[in-house]
Design a protein around this ligand. Structure first.
Ligand code: PHE
Length: 443
C-alpha cells in the first residue's frame, strides 16, 4: 500500500511534463546532472526522514509534528514543517489541476484525429488556441478537480492505488514504445547529447535552485504527502530500500520522458527546446500524428498522464484534508469541498496567466510562474531543510534509531551523517544563492 501510494504520488506531471520542459529551459546536461545529484544526496535522505516521521506519528503531517515536538519537549517552531506543507500542497494543486486539465483536453482531441499528420506549427496553433480559451481551460481544470476531490471524499484512495499498480507499468511500456519511435524517427543523438553532456556554462545559481526544487517536487517531498503516506507503512519493512526503489522509478520515468521528447524536438527546427510549459503538448502530438496507429497511442498516453497526475493530486490534498478532519471537526466531504474550492479558485489565476493576465508579471514571473516558484523553489526546499535539521539535529536520536532499527547499520550511519552534515548546508546555500541570483537577474 505504501509503495503504491508513494509511487503514485511521486510519478506525475513532474516527471512527464515538468522535467523535460525545465531541462529544456536550463540548457540540458548540466541541469540534469545537478538534478540527479540533488535526488541522491538530498532528496533520498530527506525522503527517508519524512517516511520515518510519518510512520512514527501515524497522523496527518501537522498533528504528527505536533505530537513529535511535544513528546520530546521541543519548540513549537518545528510544527511549521506541517503547516508549510499543507499550504504548499494547496498551492501546487491549484496549478497542477490546470495542467492536468490540458492533458484531459488532449484525450478527445487525439480520439477525434485533430493531430493526424500535423507539423509543429499546426500543433503549436492548436495549443495556442486552447490556451486562449479560458472557458475551456476552466472546464477541464474543474473536471480534474472534481475527480480529485471525488476520490479523496469517497476514501477510495486505495482503489486508485490499485489502479496505479496496473497502469504505471503500462505507462512505462508506452514511454518505452515512444522512446523507440523517437529513436528511429527523431534526432536521438542530439537528444542524448543535450540531456547527458553537461555544459556547465549553462548553469546559474537560479538553475541549481530549480534543480533542487524539482528534485523535491518530483519525489513529493517537503509538503507532507510522503509523511502522510508513511503512516501506512507497516513496522518492520525497510524504509531505506523502499525509498530507493521509489526514487529510482521516479528518475527513470523522467529520463524516459526526456528521451522520448527531445529527439523529436531536435528533429523539428520549428520546436524550441526552451519553449517552456508547452513543450510536451506541442512536440508529442506531432509524434502521434506521424506514428502508425499514433492517435490511439496518443489517446492512451494522455489517459495515462491524467491518471498519473490524479494519483499525485490526491496526495497533494490529503494531508490538509486529514488535518481538517482530525483537528477541526470537519467531515471528509466538507473538508474536501472547502479545500478543493480554495485550490480551484487559486487555479483560475493560473488559467488566466496563460491568456488575459499573460502580460502581468512580477519580475519575470506570471501568476503561474510565481506559484511554481513560491512552492518548488522556496517552500519545498525550506520544509526539506527543516526536516533535515529536525531529524538530524533536534529530535532525540533514539527516535530514528528505533524506527530504522531493521536497516543496515552502515547505511543508517551514512544516512544520518548526510542528513546532518550535507543536507542542511547544501539546501541552505542553494536556497540563498538561488534566490539572490533569481532576484538580481530578474532586476
Ligand atoms: N511528485 C508529483 C509529480 O512529480 C507532484 C507532487 C509534489 C505530488 C508534491 C505531491 C507532493 O508530479
Amino acid at each position: 500500500m505504501f509503495i503504491m501510494a508513494a509511487t503514485g504520488s511521486a510519478v506525475g506531471l513532474g516527471n512527464i511534463w515538468k522535467f523535460p520542459y525545465i531541462t529544456g529551459e536550463n540548457g540540458g546536461g548540466a541541469f540534469v546532472l545537478v538534478y540527479l545529484v540533488c535526488i541522491l544526496l538530498l532528496g533520498i535522505p530527506v525522503m527517508v526522514a519524512e517516511v520515518m516521521l510519518g510512520r512514527r506519528g501515524r497522523q496527518s503531517p501537522i498533528s504528527t509534528m505536533r505530537q513529535l515536538t511535544s513528546e520530546a519537549g521541543l519548540h513549537g517552531f518545528w510544527n511549521s514543517i506541517g503547516w508549510l506543507g499543507v499550504i504548499a500542497g494547496l498551492f501546487i494543486l491549484s496549478f497542477y489541476s490546470v495542467i492536468a486539465g490540458w492533458a484531459l483536453a488532449y484525450i478527445p482531441e487525439m480520439g477525434k484525429g485533430t493531430f493526424q499528420g500535423v507539423d509543429p506549427i499546426e500543433s503549436q496553433l492548436f495549443f495556442d488556441t486552447l490556451l486562449a480559451d479560458k472557458a475551456r481551460l476552466i472546464g477541464w481544470q474543474s473536471l480534474f478537480m472534481l475527480m480529485t476531490v471525488g476520490v479523496v471524499t469517497c476514501g477510495v484512495v486505495r482503489g486508485l492505488g490499485a489502479a496505479v499498480r496496473i497502469l504505471m507499468p503500462l505507462l512505462f511500456v508506452l514511454l518505452l514504445a515512444m522512446l523507440v519511435f523517437a529513436y528511429r524517427e527523431g534526432d536521438f543523438a542530439a537528444a542524448i547529447k543535450f540531456l547527458f553532456w553537461p555544459d556547465f556554462s549553462a548553469l546559474t545559481g537560479r538553475s541549481i535552485l530549480e534543480a533542487l526544487g524539482h528534485s523535491f517536487f518530483t519525489l513529493s517531498l517537503g509538503m507532507g504527502s510522503i509523511m502522510a503516506y508513511g503512516a501506512y507503512m507497516p513496522v518492520g519493512t525497510s524504509i531505506g530500500k523502499t525509498v530507493l526503489t521509489i526514487a529510482l522509478l521516479d528518475v527513470v520515468v523522467a529520463l524516459m520522458a526526456g528521451m522520448a521528447i527531445f529527439p523529436i524536438v531536435f528533429a523539428h527546427p520549428g520546436i524550441n527546446p526552451a519553449a517552456g510549459p508547452e513543450l510536451l503538448f506541442v512536440s508529442l502530438p506531432v509524434v502521434f500524428g506521424a506514428m502508425p496507429g499514433g492517435l490511439a497511442v496518443g489517446m492512451l498516453f494522455f489517459i495515462l498522464v491524467t491518471i498519473a497526475a490524479w494519483s499525485s493530486a490526491i496526495s497533494l490534498i490529503e494531508p490538509a484534508v486529514a488535518w481538517l478532519i482530525e483537528k477541526r471537526g470537519f467531515n471528509r466531504f466538507t473538508a474536501n469541498i472547502v479545500l478543493g474550492f480554495i485550490a480551484w479558485t487559486l487555479g483560475i489565476g493560473t488559467v488566466l496567466s496563460f491568456n488575459d493576465w499573460a502580460g502581468f508579471t512580477l519580475g519575470d514571473f506570471t501568476f503561474f510562474g510565481a506559484m511554481d516558484f513560491l512552492t518548488s523553489r522556496i517552500m519545498l526546499p525550506l520544509t526539506g531543510l527543516f526536516v533535515a535539521i529536525f531529524v538530524g539535529w533536534v529530535m532525540p536520536r533514539a527516535t530514528p534509531q528505533s524506527e530504522l532499527d531493521g536497516e543496515d547499520s552502515l547505511m543508517f550511519s551514512l544516512w544520518l551523517w548526510v542528513l546532518r552534515y550535507i543536507c542542511p548546508p547544501a539546501i541552505g546555500v542553494v536556497l540563498l544563492v538561488g534566490l539572490y541570483d533569481t532576484f538580481t537577474a530578474a532586476g
